[in-house]
Design a protein around this ligand. Structure first.
Ligand code: ADP
Ligand code: MG
Length: 400
């Protein structure tokens, strides 16, 4: 069922109304400097639209995992400055919690003004989806808008619980666009439909993987995730990262989907990340004191030739520790192979914070990927067929 979008309401609907806009401004910040602001830029059309329609805009987001504590390094203050730059207008930042002072500032908001609340996860109630906290943030606004696709798979107060306090629960333009592209891939993918999964943890992706193994024509596995699969097959993986609690499930999946699952046939290994100068390429078995940090050149060739002939492809999770240049070649080659597939007419979709950073590093341009999803976990789950709480809670579009 399609969801109601902000542009489905008549222009006057937002005039003078206080809108709570949940966004995902979980951007990388180091020493107060934002290195990657893609997630902020992507919400600008929604905020511009609301400003133009005369709404009073209260923006809320999380940043990192402060676990209910106030952690100065996880403050959204640098984000408020960047947001202000991008919007070309001042953005007030409310550094305190949800006290009377905040309520007063919100009360005095004028049409077209924007404020950003401090990291919502500084409150324990956010991730616990606490009813009292939901009620409290909901009381700040008249209309609820969600443009936080990257967090839509979480049942948190600001992505889920608070929405029930509003009659109008709408998708922003970013969520709408995500749903459009990902629904196409989920319901009607061009075949062959290839899924590429990497990154460090299977556990984060297990539900999605289960479903995608069924739906995709081929699943190419790389990154740290690959070593649990190889170990389950009895291959020596040395000291590479593995998740032993996943081994049984992996073994079953390998049995059931043997012809669909592709695993690395060679690796770039080293004794540790620090010892990268001593790295080398080995075939499938990894020597005792070595760890796999990237897929090797034979695997790159194998995967690239699969990508070349594909109808559609979804990629989440780097093929290696791409942050370290000695271990980034596999990821870079896969990123470029996907860009080439776009030029050959394939529907290419990628998702995940690190995966987006990786395509930037590979100098692949945004226009060389059909859709860059702001969600990693969220897009995986959606493609696997799961309901995302942050989406299901929004109003359905009215039949025309
Ligand atoms: P995304 O953010 O795109 O969803 P993930 O967070 O799942 O991706 O995975 C990215 C992380 O996986 C990176 O930090 C990368 O260093 C790590 N990684 C990839 N391959 C390996 C490996 N072989 N060993 C250890 N970590 C790895
Ligand atoms: Mg990540």
């Amino acid at each position: 069922m399609a969801k109601m979008v902000i542009s489905d309401l008549p222009d006057s609907a937002f005039e003078g109304k206080r809108v709570f806009l949940r966004v995902d401004f979980n951007v990388p910040i180091k020493d107060g400097v934002i290195s990657e602001d893609y997630r902020i830029r992507r919400t600008i059309p929604t905020i511009d639209y609301l400003i133009e329609k005369g709404a009073k805009i209260i923006v809320g987001s999380h940043l990192g995992r402060p676990r209910g504590m106030v952690i100065p390094d996880l403050s959204l203050r640098p984000v408020s400055l960047r947001l202000s730059e991008l919007l070309g207008k001042p953005v007030s930042f409310l550094e305190y919690g949800l006290n009377d002072q905040v309520k007063m500032v919100v009360h005095e908001l004028q049409e077209g003004e924007v404020i950003l609340l401090e990291n919502l996860r500084f409150h324990k109630g956010e991730t616990e989806n606490d009813p009292e906290f939901s009620n409290e943030i909901a009381s700040l606004a008249d209309i609820y808008v969600n443009d936080a696709f990257g967090t839509a798979h979480r049942k948190h107060a600001s992505t889920y619980g608070m929405a029930f306090h509003f009659d109008l629960r709408l998708a922003g333009f970013l969520v709408n666009r995500e749903l459009k592209f990902l629904t196409r891939l989920r319901e009607n993918p061009d075949h062959p439909y290839l899924v590429i999964v990497g990154g460090s943890k299977i556990k984060d992706k297990i539900n999605a993987l289960k479903n995608l193994l069924e739906k995709a024509d081929k699943v190419l596995i790389g990154g740290g995730v690959a070593y649990t699969f190889l170990k389950a097959k009895g291959v020596n993986v040395g000291g590479s990262i593995t998740e032993d609690e996943m081994i049984d499930w992996v073994r079953e999946s390998l049995k059931e989907y043997e012809e669909k699952i592709f695993l690395p046939v060679d690796h770039v290994v080293s004794e540790s990340i620090e010892q990268r100068k001593a790295s080398m390429v080995v075939d499938q078995e990894i020597p005792e004191h070595f760890m796999g940090f990237d897929i090797g050149p034979k695997t790159v060739n194998l995967y690239a030739s699969e990508i070349k002939g594909t109808g559609s492809v979804f990629w989440n999770g780097p093929m290696g520790v791409f942050e370290v240049s000695d271990f980034s070649a596999g990821t870079t080659h896969i990123a470029r192979a996907i860009a080439l597939a776009t030029w050959r007419g394939a529907t290419t979709v990628i998702g995940g914070g690190d995966t987006i950073a990786a395509i930037r590093k590979a100098e692949v341009m945004d226009s060389e990927i059909v859709h860059i999803s702001t969600g990693g976990g969220a897009s995986l789950e959606f493609l696997g067929g799961e309901e995302l709480p942050g989406v299901s809670v929004l109003c359905d579009k009215k039949e025309q």
